[in-house]
Design a protein around this ligand. Structure first.
Ligand SMILES: N[C@@H](CCC(=O)N[C@@H](CS)C(=O)NCC(=O)O)C(=O)O
Length: 201
């Protein structure tokens, strides 16, 4: 069976578990933590040189890092990857957006609130900068979701799974969905999909 090295409270790890649940792919989970130094151990760095979770171990012993790359590997040939070339490229566009413009603000601001050991990094300037950057990302999503059911093409795809992972916890980071009704409705639609699992599942 494929093994997922993951961190229970991490949206990046959750993405992979959510995609696997929708695909009906069982995963053996090895739970790790960024707090105990295990992601910097020589043993783990041999699996993934950047020392990050999630990391996937294939049945033949090869490894794969980066949450969106892992999802793409697991979902290849499935309905979670649009068959149409343009829709597929739009899905990739959202996956790159998620890593460059969304997660670095939304996930990081939430972490400053949720993790005790990060509180000292939560200066007013940093919080304001992350709020502005995160709201900009949420506004981009709202523009799409105000008039469409899903992010890429007309069907639920990896784009929705990837962006759901941290968007659904954004309020814990102080983001207000008041100006983003399309995102709210989309979050409900994603959570209502058959096969959906929560962050803590
Ligand atoms: N771009 C990576 C980011 C992975 C990442 O930052 N993982 C964090 C948890 S969310 C981590 O492994 N932290 C532990 C550490 O850096 O030691 C991905 O999408 O997988």
């Amino acid at each position: 069976m494929i093994t997922l090295y993951d961190m229970p409270d991490s949206g990046n790890s959750y993405k992979v578990r959510l995609a696997a649940a929708h695909l009906g792919r069982p995963l053996r989970r090895v739970t790790m933590s960024s707090r105990d130094g295990s992601t910097r151990s020589p043993d783990f760095l041999a699996k993934n040189p950047i020392g990050k979770l999630p990391t996937l171990e294939l049945e033949d012993g090869r490894f794969l890092g980066e949450s969106n790359a892992i999802m793409l590997y697991l979902a290849e040939g499935s309905a979670l990857v649009p068959a149409d070339a343009y829709d597929r490229a739009k899905m990739y566009e959202w996956l790159f957006f998620e890593q460059y413009s969304h997660e670095p603000a939304i996930a990081v601001r939430r972490a400053l609130f949720v993790y005790e050991e990060r509180r000292h990094l939560a200066t007013p300037e940093r919080l304001a900068q992350l709020l502005e950057a995160g709201n900009r990302a949420l506004a981009v999503m709202e523009t799409r979701l105000a008039g469409h059911g899903w992010l890429a093409g007309d069907a639920f795809s990896l784009a929705d799974i990837s962006l759901y992972a941290y968007t659904h916890t954004a309020e814990e980071g102080g983001y207000d969905f008041g100006a983003f009704p399309g995102i709210r409705r989309w979050l409900d639609r994603v959570a209502a999909r058959p096969g959906h699992i929560g962050l803590a599942d």
